[in-house]
Design a protein around this ligand. Structure first.
Ligand code: NAD
Length: 266
């Protein structure tokens, strides 16, 4: 039987963490355009509200949720707020993230802990809070983790980031197995470099660290292994997230999907 590609999220409720900026913001807007009601969770309340304003101005439904994903009480409160407001949580995009760059021998333990807390504790806490509702729901639940090419490969000076992004693959795979009987599936999206504030900040930092120009950081480091010297775009990642969230079967559960202009192929 032929299967129609679905791009429709009407009647679904999504929570996107870190959606006050960058990739998360574009995913939230894309989901809202596809008909979902979207919780805009961010540690930066003003940024979250700005994303809500954009979605509402375009006729969509959204709710700003101030949330530090490393705080269990803040995560539980935010997820409950979303469910109270829109009636369910059907899609979670665990996307909030930061970057701290230093060689291992110079990396502060506090920075290591902060990175693992945001990327891994945040993914666990939001997943656990969402599953409480998804497991009780007759609808399909989808959890998407924002991984990275660094879920599969390593780069200099990014030990905690690479460690955390690899860790998300493990969480996703366990959830695929545990979630199956409850109609919950999981995915990791692994972008190459996307020009967002997180990356814009790294360009001068890496130039200083390595004693090279910013142009050299972009061409000789960030995009050096792509097939076409192109940045991945927020819209590429948002379209992929929509494809996965709207997909009618479990065929991609447990899977990571790399979107990197050929930088990393698996
Ligand atoms: P960004 O800096 O534009 O946005 C990140 C958002 O997360 C910000 O709004 C920030 O306020 C929020 N945030 C940070 N800490 C938080 C916390 N503790 N709780 C809640 N929100 C918090 O960054 P981005 O580039 O859009 O990155 C989003 C995700 O994509 C991250 O997980 C990042 O690792 C991943 N990623 C980015 C790239 C890239 O090249 N930009 C590539 C691969 C993966």
């Amino acid at each position: 039987m032929d299967m129609q590609l679905q791009q429709d999220l009407t009647g679904q409720v999504a929570l996107v963490t870190g959606s006050g900026s960058g990739i998360g913001k574009d995913i939230a807007q894309t989901f809202a355009r596809a008909g979902a009601a979207v919780g805009i969770a961010d540690i930066n309340k003003e940024a979250a509200q700005q994303t809500v304003n954009l979605i509402e101005a375009a006729g969509g439904k959204a709710l700003a949720i101030e949330m530090d994903v490393t705080s269990e009480s803040a995560v539980n409160k935010g997820v409950n707020e979303l469910v109270k407001h829109f009636g369910s949580i059907d899609i979670l995009v665990s996307n909030a993230g930061v970057q701290i760059i230093a060689p291992i021998d110079k990396m502060d333990f506090k920075d290591w802990q902060k990175m693992l807390a945001i990327h891994l504790d945040g993914a666990f806490l939001t997943t656990k809070a969402a599953l409480k509702h998804m497991y009780d729901s007759p609808k399909v639940g989808t959890v998407i983790y924002m991984g990275s090419v660094h879920s599969h490969d390593a780069s200099l000076y990014k030990a905690p980031y690479v460690t955390a992004k690899h860790g998300l693959l493990g969480l996703c795979r366990v959830l695929a197995k545990e979630g199956a009987e409850h109609n919950v599936r999981s995915h990791v999206i692994c972008p190459g470099f996307v020009k967002t504030p997180l990356v814009e900040k790294q360009i001068p930092e890496q130039a200083k660290e390595k004693g090279i120009t910013e142009e050299e950081v972009v061409n000789d480091i960030m995009l050096v292994n792509t097939v076409d010297k192109e940045f991945t775009k927020v819209s590429d990642i948002a379209q992929l997230a929509l494809f996965l969230a709207a997909f009618p079967t479990n065929v991609f559960t447990g899977q990571s999907i790399v979107a990197s202009h050929g930088w990393f192929m698996n």
